[in-house]
Design a protein. Structure first.
Length: 315
């Protein structure tokens, strides 16, 4: 006789599962995969799995499975992000290279019995880059040295290029990676400074809603209005100027690589934000430094206008 638990799992749909998920970023990503690739092949209370998306390995012959788990694991290398999507591929890794992989990142898991590598990250693009990195290490294209391999991995995650065999579905007419060719001028270098600049973080649907509600409440308060008027008469601090320059840099990259960003739905914007965070953080930091002069000039003009006061007609 079948138990209730077994019957429940057999009848569970992806929607039934996702409705109870606790992590909004993982849930939003799983929903976007369903929209792009169709219903998963396997569903549990905390996981949705596709046996072969077909996005990896060209025809998908070596891609074994991709699955999203109801979790949001904080990971700070090479930049702060969250992990929740896994991709498994057949890759035989020699035993003398396993220490190197372990040193590079905790997001690479090797099963020596099955001869499989599992990449865990926050996007399909990052998983594709990770699996290609493992392939190139095994094939001798990357030196089997801890420091060399770690630097190369960070550079690939930030700058690409994506492997030619990675063929994701389109997002509203644009490709997930934003640029499927050789690295373009917007790509940046690895930030190896002691205090790297703060990176943009991916904002989930729930976080967007929460921020919007908080800003609406703040905008109505007298304190907020007074503070806003006061800020118009002061030049922003260097930290705020850098922050504004980074926002401007991000908008320029969005306009160039994702011109239809404003037309996308919330889930699709979340996916694009993940791509921006994974691939263009270095480019944003590099471009922001150039734009700081532009932002400072605008700050000076803003203060001049505020101190002059509103124009009045002569009587």
């Amino acid at each position: 006789m079948k138990t209730f638990k077994k019957i429940y799992h057999e009848q569970m749909s992806a929607k039934d599962s996702l409705d109870d998920w606790k992590h909004d970023d993982a849930k939003a990503f799983a929903e976007s995969l369903i929209k792009d690739y169709g219903q998963p092949d396997e569903v549990t209370q905390t996981m949705v799995k596709w046996y072969k998306l077909g996005a990896f390995g060209g025809d998908g012959t070596k891609e074994m499975e991709t699955y999203v788990v109801d979790e949001s694991i904080p990971h700070s290398f090479p930049d702060p992000h969250r992990d929740f999507v896994y991709t498994v591929m057949e890759i035989k890794v020699p035993s003398h290279m396993l220490d190197t992989l372990g040193h590079v990142t905790g997001s690479i898991v090797y099963d020596g019995l099955k001869k499989t590598v599992t990449a865990r990250c926050g996007s399909l693009e990052a998983n594709a880059l990770t699996l290609q990195f493992v392939k190139d290490l095994v094939e001798g294209k990357i030196k089997n040295d801890n420091d060399v391999a770690k630097k190369e991995y960070a550079n690939r995650i930030r700058n690409g290029p994506l492997p030619k065999t990675f063929t994701p579905e389109e997002i509203e007419g644009i490709i997930n990676c934003g640029c499927n060719q050789e690295p373009c001028e917007t790509y940046g270098d690895v930030d190896e400074s002691p205090n790297p600049v703060r990176k943009f973080k991916v904002v989930t649907r729930a976080m967007r809603r929460k921020i919007a509600m908080r800003m609406r409440r703040m905008a109505k308060s007298a304190t907020f209005k007074k503070k806003k008027e006061k800020s118009k008469r002061r030049i922003a601090s260097p930290e705020k100027i850098l922050m504004k320059a980074r926002k401007m840099a991000k908008q320029k990259i969005l306009k160039k690589r994702f011109p239809r960003y404003s037309e996308l739905g919330v889930n699709q914007k979340i996916k694009v934000d993940q791509i921006i965070q994974q691939r263009y953080s270095g480019g944003i930091a590099k471009l922001a430094k150039k734009l700081m002069k532009v932002v400072r000039r605008k700050e000076i003009e803003k203060v001049k206008r505020a101190r002059q006061g509103p124009e009045t007609d002569d009587v």
